[in-house]
Design a protein around this ligand. Structure first.
Ligand SMILES: NC(=O)c1ccc[n+]([C@@H]2O[C@H](COP(=O)([O-])OP(=O)(O)OC[C@H]3O[C@@H](n4cnc5c(N)ncnc54)[C@H](OP(=O)(O)O)[C@@H]3O)[C@@H](O)[C@H]2O)c1
Length: 306
């Protein structure tokens, strides 16, 4: 997706993160101008924002064509009352304030691509899930529904809003694989609980490409599942990871151990969604990593990287 039809001026929140840092590189390589929206210490070419008030440094921002909103407290960690509050505030309050500020900009950006997650749909058992499937009524489902809802002020002001529901984003530098790799490399990896829970995933290069696609495709709006076409269970995932590393995966981790270790957050590991990227497929998005086994083989090659 190089040489865009027209170079755009794009701002990105959460630009320092796992997805944001790869996105900024990719957008710049495409010829776009990227202005990271940063919370602290000014770096050259960046603009300041205050997530607590939504205030933006409009002068540094300039006339923006597109906004990518990735900033949010990471869901990994014990969901204590304080952590839950941070998760809510950094998603719902911050997004709503940002959207109100975007709505007030002159000129207004045309498009907002905002992060969400497949957790939106809650525990779906073996049911197929697409963008029209309802929100879950567990903590993550209610959180993601309110997070997406918080983009309403931008949509009301006429921005085309795309809520990208990411599955687990895979790259060796990311938290998901980094947490699994040590045990799997020692041959101590195994399925989580029954292993029958569906585990939506997407490679980081496809996640980044999906954001670029969402910016450019005027037909995309509203919720869009950013997951690979091949849905796998945790058991399939475990086998594919063991195979990519040429290690056995015979030691399951019982559900009660995960609940002891992670408390309520274990639900994220023990339930899932058999998610189908209906909107991306319909729009002709070219997945580079449609199937898990070759994707993992590619990511875990000694010289791999995005
Ligand atoms: N990675 C995944 O597997 C995955 C899956 C589903 C959904 N998502 C969502 O996609 C987005 C990007 O994911 P990521 O993996 O790149 O996340 P990440 O590495 O944790 O980065 C998120 C960025 O958000 C900003 N941030 C962190 N805590 C914040 C807070 N309390 N308030 C405001 N901003 C805060 C930071 O950027 P600055 O310091 O630059 O402000 C941080 O670098 C997130 O919204 C995440 O929830 C990710």
């Amino acid at each position: 997706m190089s040489s865009p039809a027209r170079p755009l001026r794009i701002t990105v929140t959460g630009a320092s993160g796992f997805l944001g840092s790869a996105l900024v590189l990719a957008l710049r390589a495409d010829g776009h101008t990227v202005v990271p929206l940063v919370r602290s210490a000014n770096s050259p070419g960046a603009a300041r924002w205050d997530p607590a008030t939504g205030q933006l440094d409009e002068q540094a921002l300039g006339a923006i064509d597109a906004v990518v909103h990735l900033a949010a407290e990471n869901v990994v960690g014990r969901w204590t009352t304080a952590k839950k509050q941070k998760l809510r505030e950094s998603r719902i309050g911050v997004t709503e304030r940002l959207c109100r500020s975007l709505a007030a900009l002159t000129p207004r950006p045309r498009v907002l691509v905002a992060a969400s997650g497949t957790g939106f749909h809650g525990d779906c058992g073996d049911r197929l899930v697409d963008e029209t499937s309802p929100a879950g009524n567990d903590f993550l489902g209610e959180l993601a529904a309110a997070w997406e809802g918080a983009t309403a002020p931008a949509a009301a002001a006429g921005l085309r809003v795309v809520n990208l529901r990411f599955g687990m984003v895979l790259d060796p530098s990311g938290a998901a694989l980094q947490k699994m790799l040590p045990a799997f490399r020692l041959g101590l990896g195994g399925r989580l609980g029954s292993g029958r829970q569906w585990t939506p995933w997407i490679s980081r290069r496809d996640a980044v490409a999906a954001i670029r696609f969402a910016i450019e495709r005027d037909a995309l709006r509203g919720p869009v599942l950013a997951v690979a076409p091949e849905a796998v269970t945790n058991r399939d995932f475990t086998r594919a990871l063991g195979k990519a590393l040429r290690r056995p995966t015979i030691l399951p981790v019982p559900a009660f151990v995960l609940r002891l270790l992670f408390g309520e957050m274990a639900s994220m590991l023990l339930t899932g969604q058999r998610a189908v990227p209906k909107q991306l497929l319909a729009a002709g998005f070219p997945f580079a990593d449609a199937q898990l086994a070759p994707a993992l083989q590619n990511l875990l090659r000694p010289t791999a990287g995005t």
